[in-house]
Design a protein around this ligand. Structure first.
Ligand code: NAD
Length: 480
């Protein structure tokens, strides 16, 4: 194992922190790296640096900021392979999935570079008023120092969705990666450091939620916290932020549905069910972990889905034929197994999976797992599992399917499979979710918003909404 890596970057310089954390490879259970992480003292210093840098950075032009964001996109593109590898090593996800993550990061930085460049022409735009006695202009100004707190399931991606728009808006940032997966963010930070941002514009403090995330959410100089993670922590972040009336945006959990309507293409439905349930070993806020299938198709669908799930190759993320990798850590592995066990106790019928694959002695691997006959009031049906576990349920009418899908505390995404455009659109419009895919895999574009209804969060990332969340609106009115 190599030397301890500095996990604190403040005011343009790397530093050691106040503690050392082991980073584990989930596929081997071995220590991958050791990172020197910060605490409340580092957070204070990072916010000092960001506050000082804001004076100049907030006055920079959108064109200047856009140029730097393009450099980051270019740097990530040049480092594509090493970034993929570190992402797979640290997350346990197959290399091809890590490639999708890196491409998403590149697309996000490029997209927000474009929005930053377009800002200059928009600034000070005249506002039409109902009188000639006054004139008004509109300014969009950066909201100041922002704290970005991200989870472990899509490291670098959840970061890019916050970091690129925050920098595009002219904010100065303090980023806190997940303590479980800091390695990709550390590499991304090297690329940002090399791009030439003024010192203090971008700061990073690795560390635990309590040591780093909590003081960041509490610091009165931080104008906004953008958080992605669990509902339990999201609530705590919001409570801390409330004490100094900070803006918060929260991207939280989900319990989403895939609706297989009676005129669905069954092959496509099977493919989308596997993608929505087992990509990233099911550790997706957007997992379509409830599969609702029309009664007329259900027998064949269940039989074929079981065969497919049993055939999915669970393996080391670097194996040539890998289809599904490891779960993130021991805690998550045990949590998912406990959910499965409780599901059985609650009366759900296990069709396949539910245990570690026999051929893998080490690593946090769980076989793709299918349940049916899941009680509607069970934890399996209602709570986010965050593992490779799908619950399949039959429905008889379209209205029943919509009601089942909407009967959730969450409302992040949904998928609809139907050969009839009109039916699919009608169902999509009736679903309480921030994103609905029709006959499509879970593609996400920087141009389309990300975020959910109900307890899936507050606000939207990506698109112009992702930029607006880091801007204040100012109107200047004068007498003519
Ligand atoms: P988590 O809530 O445990 O941690 C998220 C981040 O918050 C980590 O960086 C953690 O260190 C930090 N944190 C922990 N305690 C904190 C505190 N008291 N104050 C401030 N920060 C604190 O979540 P996780 O386990 O890393 O990620 C999984 C969760 O993230 C799932 O619930 C999933 O649904 C959610 N998620 C949502 C989206 C989305 O876009 N909606 C995307 C990815 C993940």
């Amino acid at each position: 194992m190599s030397a301890v890596v500095n996990g604190v970057y403040i005011n343009g310089a790397w530093r050691a922190g106040h503690d050392v954390l082991d980073v584990i490879n989930p596929a081997t259970e071995e220590i991958l790296a050791q990172v020197s992480v910060g605490d409340a003292r580092a957070v204070t210093q990072a916010v000092d640096a960001a506050s000082a840098a804001c004076v100049g950075w907030s006055q920079s032009t959108g064109r200047e900021r856009g140029a730097l964001l393009r450099k980051v996109a270019q740097g990530v593109s040049e480092q594509r392979e090493p970034l993929m590898r570190v992402q797979s090593h640290n997350s346990g996800k197959p290399l091809f999935e890590a490639g999708i993550d890196v491409d998403d990061v590149i697309a996000t930085f490029e997209y927000y570079a474009g929005l930053a460049e377009a800002l200059d022409a928009e600034q000070d735009r005249a506002v039409a008023l109902p009188t000639d006695a006054f004139s008004a202009r509109l300014r969009r100004e950066p909201c100041g120092v922002v704290g970005l707190i991200v989870p472990w399931n899509f490291p670098m991606v959840t970061t890019a969705w916050k970091l690129a728009p925050a920098l595009a808006a002219g904010c100065c940032v303090v980023l806190k990666p997940s303590e479980v997966t800091p390695l990709a963010e550390l590499q991304l930070a090297q690329i940002i450091a090399a791009a030439g941002f003024p010192a203090g514009v971008f700061n990073l403090v690795c560390g635990t939620g309590l040591a780093v995330g909590a003081p960041l959410a509490a610091d009165p100089r931080v104008a906004k916290i953008s958080f992605t993670g669990s509902n339990a922590v999201g609530v705590q972040v919001m409570q801390r932020a409330a004490e100094t009336v900070k803006g918060v945006s929260l991207e939280l959990g989900g319990k989403s549905s895939l609706l297989v309507l009676e005129d669905a293409d069954l092959d496509l439905a099977l493919e989308l069910a596997c993608g929505g349930g087992f990509f990233n070993a099911g550790q997706m806020c957007s997992a379509t972990s409830r599969v609702l299938v029309a009664d007329s198709l259900a027998d064949e669908f269940l039989q074929r889905l079981t065969a497919r799930a049993e055939g999915i190759r669970v393996a080391d993320p670097f194996a040539d034929d890998v289809e599904m990798g490891a779960l993130i850590n021991r805690a998550q592995y045990q949590r998912v197994l406990a959910h499965i066990q409780r599901g059985v106790q609650d009366g759900a019928r296990l069709l396949c999976g539910g245990e570690r694959p026999a051929h893998l002695a080490k690593g946090y691997f769980i076989r793709p797992t299918l349940f049916t006959d899941v009680p509607l009031d069970s934890a399996l049906w209602r709570q986010e599992i965050f593992g490779p576990v799908l619950c399949v349920r039959r429905f008889t009418t379209e209205a029943e399917a919509i009601a089942l899908a909407n009967d959730s505390d969450f409302g992040l995404v949904a998928s609809v499979v139907s050969r009839n455009d009109e039916t699919a659109a009608r169902v999509a419009n009736a679903l309480q979710a921030g994103m609905v895919w029709i006959n499509a895999p879970q593609v996400i574009f920087p141009q389309t918003a990300w975020g959910g209804y109900k307890q899936s969060g507050i606000g939207r990332e990506l698109g112009p909404w992702g930029l607006a969340t880091f801007q204040e609106i100012k109107h200047v009115i004068r007498s003519n």
